[in-house]
Unconditional design. Structure first.
Length: 110
């Protein structure tokens, strides 16, 4: 059963996994069966990879912001610029990432 913590990107991954299992087995697989298989074999790795990619992109945004703001002020703002980005933009960036950026193109493990 899908719980309330399963986000729309995970649901899309599970649906892609269901489709891949259906093709592999030559008959339609129920969503619940695909969900169970995905959780047992792919969820942990997919979540780890997703988190790592998100953090990598977020660090790139912070570094870009630090560079721009440091250039504007004529000195290296360092950690303070990173903290500034976090307080001003982190929540909106995360929302963008989860609603606009992420797309489920291929199921994990298939």
């Amino acid at each position: 059963m899908v719980d309330s913590r399963t986000n729309r990107t995970e649901l899309a991954q599970i649906e892609l996994h269901r489709q891949a299992l259906s093709r592999e087995r030559g008959h339609e697989i129920a969503f619940e069966e695909a969900l169970s298989d995905w959780k047992a074999h792919y969820a942990e790795q997919w979540r780890f990879e997703r988190q790592a990619a998100m953090l990598r992109m977020q660090r790139e945004e912070i570094e870009r912001y630090k560079w721009i703001e440091s250039e504007k002020s004529g000195r290296d703002l360092g950690r303070q610029a990173a903290l500034d980005w976090i307080s001003k933009y982190a929540a909106k960036w995360r929302e963008w990432y989860e609603t606009e950026f992420e797309t489920a193109e291929e199921p994990v493990g298939k």
